[in-house]
Design a protein around this ligand. Structure first.
Ligand code: E4P
Length: 226
């Protein structure tokens, strides 16, 4: 199971990669535009922080297959490293995926709302498919259920593609898609922190410090006490 950070904010990326076992970063045009500065500077900044080996998922914005392919080649050459081009699961996107697969460019199928979209994208060559869990829930669908169906379809048909569950509003949704077999999740910085948060953990840690310092002195660590 891989944790991926869904942001283009360099401070958030620096902090999460310092603290947590992160495998990469996902962006989309909305996330990038929130930073409101030069697009390439943002992506190069992310690559500098996460290094060449971690995954960086960047979305093409054109809606015609040939243009998507052009963008993909440009992004691969300009940003470099372990890059995945996000392509939406529209007909021209599927056509682009077939071409990109032949060219050896790695693809993440995005804007996935149904298991059939995910299946077709995987057959067209996507390495990852990204179902939008919370957006599905918001239309009275079952985001976790769609993830479970994709996992099942990939198993039944022995398809290598992986589920990159995306679009979360809370930790419970993340928990449920992981239980359903999602191979990876992309979450914002707040949800990443939320996965670890528990008041009883904080209480226990505070209590350990109080008990220890009561006997060995304030600010003394195990290596200071002979
Ligand atoms: C993945 O990168 C998706 O674009 C993203 O998770 C969508 O999230 P949202 O529905 O919170 O905008």
């Amino acid at each position: 199971m891989l944790y991926i950070l869904d942001t283009a904010n360099l401070q958030q990326i620096k902090r999460a990669f310092d603290l947590y076992p992160m495998s990469g970063v996902t962006t989309n045009p909305t996330i990038i535009s929130k930073e409101n500065r030069n697009f390439l500077d943002i992506l190069k900044g992310i690559r500098e922080i996460i290094g060449e080996d971690k995954m960086l998922h960047v979305q093409a914005v054109s809606l015609k297959a040939e243009d998507i392919v052009k963008e993909a080649e440009y992004l691969k050459d300009t940003i470099g490293g372990n890059i995945y081009i996000k392509v939406p699961v529209i007909p021209e996107g599927i056509k682009a995926m077939k071409i990109l697969k032949k060219k050896g460019i790695k693809i993440t199928a995005t804007a996935v709302f149904t298991a059939q979209q995910a299946l077709m994208a995987a057959i067209a060559g996507a390495e990852f498919v990204a179902p939008y869990v919370n957006r599905i829930d918001n239309i009275t669908g079952n985001g976790v259920g769609v993830v479970a169906q994709i996992v099942e379809l990939f198993e039944i048909h022995q398809i290598d593609a992986k589920v990159l569950a995306a679009s979360f509003k809370n930790v419970q949704q993340v928990h449920e898609v992981i239980l359903a077999g999602a191979h990876s999740v992309t979450v914002n910085a707040e949800i990443m922190d939320g996965l670890l948060k528990h008041p009883l953990t904080d209480w226990s840690v505070d209590q350990f410090v109080v008990d220890w310092e009561g006997v060995y002195g304030k600010g003394k660590y195990t290596c200071d006490v002979k």
